[in-house]
Design a protein around this ligand. Structure first.
Ligand code: CA
Length: 227
């Protein structure tokens, strides 16, 4: 899950981004409206955190232009009570949620998770692919009755594959959503991590659910529905 934070107070933007990375998200920060808008238009994000009062282009204008360009990524707006706009305005402006400054980090993460779930209609809180069960909020993974220990990166990769189960996802898609835009190493890192996952979620159970689709990428065989 990839997030964009558009906030001109660099200390705050970086603290939010670092916190989200520690939670297993991929997070980019933009420090002004122009850069934020450009990223929002040209990159794919699952959620955008947007401050209203920004130099260059205001958050209000960023949101308007994103929606005008048919970018429907959920947006959580940060509002200041003494700002030009207040929280009621944020929703009028087309934000999906808002938080007034100063806010608690725990509340911010909870709201972002809620937006992620709401992002696609009826997105389940717990994701499943046959007897594989992935709980993003609890960061737990199970195959049948067996708990599986995953590292943060393995978990993020598995969550991405399960959210796109039965679809072919390319290495580039995976790098974009599981690593970040600054990753400039070898794309073989994806193969390496897919290998780690297979050894944890498939091999011990005699399964082969993560398929390599030659020249295209990977597909996690799902079947079944979500609980
Ligand atoms: Ca600001």
């Amino acid at each position: 899950m990839r997030m964009l934070i558009i906030e001109d107070e660099r200390g705050l933007a970086d603290a939010i981004a670092d916190g989200l990375v520690a939670e297993g998200f991929v997070a980019d920060a933009a420090y002004d409206g122009g850069d934020g808008l450009w990223r929002g238009l040209h990159e794919q994000y699952d959620v955008i955190v947007l401050d209203i009062m920004l130099p260059n282009i205001s958050g209000y204008e960023v949101l308007k232009r994103l929606r005008a360009a048919s970018v429907w990524t959920p947006v959580l707006m940060l509002t200041a009570k003494d700002g030009e706009y207040d929280e009621a305005d944020a929703l009028d402006l087309g934000a999906d949620d808002y938080l007034s400054k100063p806010f608690s980090y725990v509340v911010l993460v909870a709201r972002l998770r809620a937006l992620l779930r709401r992002g696609a209609p009826a997105r389940p809180a717990v994701l499943t692919a046959n007897d594989l069960c992935v709980d993003p909020a609890g960061r737990r993974c199970r195959r049948g009755e067996h708990d599986i220990d995953l590292t943060t990166r393995e978990f993020t990769l598995l969550e991405y594959l399960v959210r796109h189960r039965d679809e072919v996802v390319s290495k580039t898609d995976i790098l974009t959503h599981v690593w970040d835009e600054h990753f400039d190493g070898d794309t073989n890192i994806v193969e390496v991590y897919v290998g780690y996952l297979r050894r944890k979620i498939d091999a011990p159970f005699g399964r082969r659910t993560i398929e390599t689709v030659r020249g295209a990428g990977y597909r996690l065989r799902g079947g079944g529905g979500d609980k």
